[in-house]
Design a protein around this ligand. Structure first.
Ligand code: ATP
Ligand code: MG
Length: 436
């Protein structure tokens, strides 16, 4: 028996061990899209595969994603092109924005939703194919954008009834030169106690020292208590930016915690980073994460350019976040489950000998009433069809047998009362007679 690949899950019409039912996905997506529309963000749809070097250059070589989580292949061209299933969406979005010149005279606010791929150990809330909503706002260096994005996510939590289960952590990473100065101070400090660091952190000391800050190792964390603090290396501009964000959040009534160890796993961030975390999902605590990445556009524009030319390339400011939809659904399920909605409004039951009449009736009803979901069962016995009508959750069942067809009528049964009346054949075709 051929089975799905480990960490790649089916999303079915019913609940499974690894996924919520598709009806919940649709309701969640609809609710998220409504909020995106309200804030004036526009949808883009991007390819699932990109050239490997796009991710290596954008995300950074010394990150978990690029070091060990990418699904990478070569295609059949000569010479073969290294390609990768997208592990996240920002790199592709930035590639598209540059390729299509979307920043010329505009500051697009964009979103996308879809599958991402990472080679990780599958467990609850962590899969090899998972889904993200990604949002990216380009062209503004002002902290208003961070406030807007956080306000949007907060509204989403409120609508889902999970705002009390998520807390907002924020930090500022400063600008590149500020971070560089901090990095060497941190490395100088940690070098002296290298032996006491956990193995990963020892390696990171040379590859990506800032990531040591989010080490889970208690010894390392204890050492870090005495380490220099990034906040002390921020310049005036970075500090003012961060203070303004706090002011906006307070005005919006959004509580936050400053987490000085929040550095995020990707290299492209500067100034603001943030995460929405919950204690309801074990170690898969982060539901949504993002930040500012003012240098990434310039960085990707410089690929293939000489050092001199690369220096002349202008970047463009940008801020974004990504939300893990599986984790969001798990949290919603744990805290405020989405109410199942019946998948049917009207069920048409027809005598097996008169199936064609039923087919035509249901078709004309759907044509007249686009608001109605009209379901039929195959031409089994009336009794078997009535059973299916019961199970369908329909409000009304229309019954067509010999008498009805001869008289041009329908029998309409109201399912929750069991009451059945005879009506004109076109009675349901008018929205006046049956409003949802
Ligand atoms: P984690 O620390 O949990 O590995 P991350 O920092 O790697 O998360 P991001 O790259 O910031 O995650 O992705 C944004 C969001 O996407 C995460 O907060 C999470 O909700 C979701 N996500 C990331 N990786 C996975 C995965 N393998 N399975 C399911 N959801 C994921
Ligand atoms: Mg990860």
């Amino acid at each position: 028996m051929i089975k799905s690949i480990k960490g790649f899950n089916d999303i079915l019409q019913v609940e499974t061990a690894t996924s919520r039912p598709s009806s919940e996905w649709r309701q969640l997506e609809a609710m998220l899209k409504q909020a995106l529309d309200q804030f004036g963000y526009e949808e883009i749809r991007l390819p699932i595969v990109e050239e490997t070097q796009l991710f290596a250059r954008a995300i950074g070589d010394a990150t978990d994603i690029v070091e060990k989580e990418m699904f990478s292949f070569t295609d059949k061209s000569d010479p073969p092109t290294p390609i990768t299933l997208r592990p996240e969406g920002t790199a592709g979005a930035v590639r598209a924005v540059i390729e299509h010149n979307l920043l010329r005279g505009d500051s697009p606010k964009l979103w996308y939703m879809g599958p991402m791929f990472r080679y990780e150990q599958p467990q609850k809330g962590r899969y090899r194919q998972f889904h993200q909503l990604g949002v990216e706002a380009f062209g503004s260096e002002h902290v208003d954008v961070e406030a807007e994005l956080i306000a949007m996510t907060y509204l989403m939590w409120q609508r889902l009834g999970i705002d009390h289960e998520l807390s907002l952590e924020i930090n500022s990473l400063g600008e590149l030169d500020e971070r560089k100065a901090y990095r060497s101070a941190l490395v100088d400090f940690l070098q002296t106690q290298k032996e006491q660091l956990d193995e990963d952190s020892q390696r990171r000391l040379t590859t990506n020292p800032l990531r040591i800050l989010d080490s889970k190792d208690p010894n390392t964390q204890a050492l870090l208590m005495e380490a220099p603090r990034l906040a002390d290396f921020l310049g005036e501009d970075s500090q003012a930016h961060f203070e303004q964000l706090k002011t906006y959040l307070t005005a919006l009534g959004i509580e936050y915690v400053v987490n000085p160890n929040l550095v995020r796993g990707l290299d492209y961030y500067n100034k603001t980073v943030f995460e929405w975390v919950t204690d309801k999902l074990g170690s898969q605590a982060t539901v949504c994460a993002g930040g500012r990445y003012d240098g990434l556009i310039g960085q990707l524009k410089s690929i293939g350019k000489s050092e001199d030319k690369a220096k002349a390339v202008k970047s463009e400011p940008a801020v974004g976040f990504a939300m893990g939809l599986e984790r969001l659904l798990l949290l919603v399920q744990a805290v405020n489950p989405i109410q199942a909605q019946p998948a049917c409004d009207v069920f048409v039951v027809v005598h097996p000998d008169l199936y064609q009449q039923g087919l035509l009736y249901a078709q004309s009803l759907r044509q007249a009433r686009s608001d109605l979901r009209v379901k039929m069962a195959s031409a089994s016995s009336l009794k078997a069809q009535m059973k299916k009508a019961d199970k369908s959750g329909a409000q009304l069942t229309v019954i067509l047998a010999q008498d009805e067809v001869e008289n041009g009528t329908i029998s309409v049964k109201t399912m929750h009362t069991g009451e059945q009346v005879s009506q004109d054949k076109l009675w349901l075709h008018s929205a006046e007679n049956f409003r949802l």
